[in-house]
Design a protein around this ligand. Structure first.
Ligand SMILES: CC(=O)SCCNC(=O)CCNC(=O)[C@H](O)C(C)(C)COP(=O)(O)OP(=O)(O)OC[C@H]1O[C@@H](n2cnc3c(N)ncnc32)[C@H](O)[C@@H]1OP(=O)(O)O
Ligand SMILES: CC(C)C(=O)C(=O)O
Length: 509
């Protein structure tokens, strides 16, 4: 056993596959196993060979593919299970068997129908049988955390005496808590005579959301191996998420003072692969590898991160293989982050008044949208340029649909050249035509619409519309215009007025 070192056993391919709805084929399993090896996992629990021919072959294939890591297979206290595990791993130099039997009262009585003594006898017989075939035998008293502590000590001593050199203490139903689980490891250290002859291991489930905390408590109290899965996949609420333990041990090495073999920069890639092959997306708020783990949306945090990322980031994204942090812009964002992003996009942001105006528009937009995208920002800046240059500003627009198929538009426009408000009502066969007829009449012009099309600026139901128009004047001049708004009719009106900016044929008094 290496000193001050925590061994990692990954059971994504065994306990992880017990996730309802998850089924890896052999190819998936080999691909994951190779990535687990690249991630630095010490022991890969490849499967439960007695389960099916498919699982048996997958364990065999992993044994052949993996070069450095130890490959483990699971077996009940049952000679046939142990034989199948041996057959699957026969040619694998670094192999280990994991033999288990439940020890808690509820499992003894309701499931196994065995007495305490019968269980001890079964452990003696099957651990010894496994030891004849494997140099490394791991034993687990299933549901250890609901087992009487004195009986558990007896079980563990029996397993060590029978040939187990790794003792795993499973919190099978996620029942314990960090204080209690830590005390249980201490209790075993104090009461199991052969404690020093085995490596003790934690195996936790997340039913009460404490799987990572419990694993760390075990390490604090003498466990030198931790079992878990990538992304915490597994039965019910899942297993300990190994990426969380690995990063916690690294970030808080001042506290835990433990090394691991985990190559942290491979973490994201490992997580992505397991997520994809399991068909289980990682929640955005998941610790260490969630999509939001390195994202800051609120202004005060963004300002801090821009000044020094350590103000709000204890893990650098690069440490776990994420390319960088993210400062998504939304309604809680502040001026620093807004200006920073606009400058990154190449916009000149030195004029304070311009920044103020743009920032106000950004906040108005962010009130209506969940996230303001890069495309929205381009539209915002360019839309601002358009309205800065535009002679006519659309102040109000109302369109009514009449039963006879006609549309009536009421349009109010500010002419900045003459500093005058204009108002008119007109009609047309469609809503856009009604708007354009009303504007033509209001400005005393007879221009013809030659092109009109609408784009969505970004994806999603809350995207803004961008309308492009081309108009032709009686003199033969062609002008283009663009308008942006959440409302496609307002965007249409803005686009038309934008196109009229440079037309000198406007007649209104
Ligand atoms: C906590 C854990 O994660 S344990 C691992 C759980 N994983 C799985 O169960 C996945 C794979 N399982 C399977 O494919 C099947 O359950 C098999 C092949 C293992 C067994 O299938 P079957 O023979 O049909 O039995 P079934 O699953 O219905 O019942 C389990 C039997 O194993 C017994 N058993 C359960 N655990 C153990 C154990 N550790 N040692 C010995 N016997 C055990 C049960 O008491 C029951 O015995 P019974 O048939 O005499 O009542
Ligand atoms: C087989 C054992 C270790 C297990 O998976 C559990 O108890 O959760």
């Amino acid at each position: 056993m290496k000193e001050n070192y925590v061994y990692f056993l990954d059971t994504s391919l065994r306990d992880g596959e017990q996730t309802p709805g998850v089924n890896f084929n052999t190819q998936d399993k080999v691909q994951i196993a190779l990535q687990l090896e690249a991630w630095g996992i010490d022991v890969i629990e490849a499967g439960f060979p007695v389960t099916s021919q498919g699982d048996f072959e997958a364990v065999q294939a992993i044994g052949k593919a993996v070069k450095k890591a130890t490959v483990a297979g699971l077996a009940r206290c049952n000679k046939h299970d142990i034989d199948r595990c041996y057959e699957a791993l026969e040619d694998v130099p670094n192999r280990q068997i994991h033999v288990f039997i439940a020890t808690s009262p509820i499992h003894r009585e309701a499931k196994l129908n065995m007495t305490k003594e019968e269980i001890l006898d079964s452990i003696k017989e099957h651990v010894a049988y496994a030891r004849e075939k494997f140099d490394l035998v791991q034993f687990s008293p299933e549901d250890a955390t609901r087992t009487e502590w004195d009986y558990l000590s007896e079980v563990v001593e029996t397993a060590i005496q029978s040939g187990a050199s790794i003792i795993n203490i499973p919190d099978t139903v996620g029942y314990t808590n960090p204080t209690e689980y830590g005390q249980l490891f201490k209790h075993l250290q104090d009461t199991v005579p052969s404690f020093d002859q085995a490596i003790f291991s934690s195996h936790c489930h997340d039913d009460l959301g404490m799987a990572t905390a419990n694993a760390l408590a075990a390490i604090e109290n003498g466990a030198r191996r931790v079992e878990g899965t990538v992304n915490g996949i597994g039965e019910r609420a899942g297993n300990t998420a190994l990426e969380e333990v690995a990063v916690a041990l690294h970030i808080r090495k001042d506290f835990y003072v433990m090394e691991t073999g985990i190559v942290l920069s491979e973490t994201k890639q490992t997580s992505d692969l397991v997520s994809r092959l399991a068909g289980m997306p990682v929640p955005r708020n998941k610790a260490v590898i969630g999509g939001n783990a390195y994202a800051h949306e609120s202004g005060i945090h963004q300002d801090g991160v821009l000044k020094n990322p350590e103000t709000y980031e204890i893990i650098t994204p690069q440490l776990v293989g994420v390319s960088g942090n993210d400062l998504p812009l939304g309604k809680l964002s502040g001026r620093h982050a807004f200006v920073d992003r606009m400058e990154q996009l190449g916009f000149e942001m030195s004029d304070k008044e311009h920044v103020n105006e743009l920032f106000k528009q950004f906040k108005d937009l962010a009130d209506k949208k969940k996230l303001v995208t890069t495309t929205d920002l381009y539209a915002l800046a360019q839309g601002q340029d358009i309205s800065d240059r535009a002679r006519f500003e659309l102040e109000r627009l109302q369109v009514q649909f009449l039963e006879d198929g006609k549309h009536i538009a009421t349009v109010s426009v500010h002419d900045s050249q003459k500093d005058k408000m204009l108002l008119n009502t007109g009609e047309g066969p469609g809503s856009v035509e009604a708007i354009y007829n009303t504007i033509n009449e209001m400005l005393g012009i007879e221009v013809r619409l030659t092109d009109y099309y609408v784009d969505a600026i970004s994806k999603g139901a809350d995207s803004q519309a961008q309308v492009h128009v081309a108009i032709e004047t009686p003199e033969g001049f062609v002008f283009n215009g663009t308008g942006i708004d959440f409302d496609v009719l307002i965007a249409s009106g803005k686009a038309y007025l934008h196109a009229l900016t440079f037309y000198e044929g406007v007649q209104h008094a």
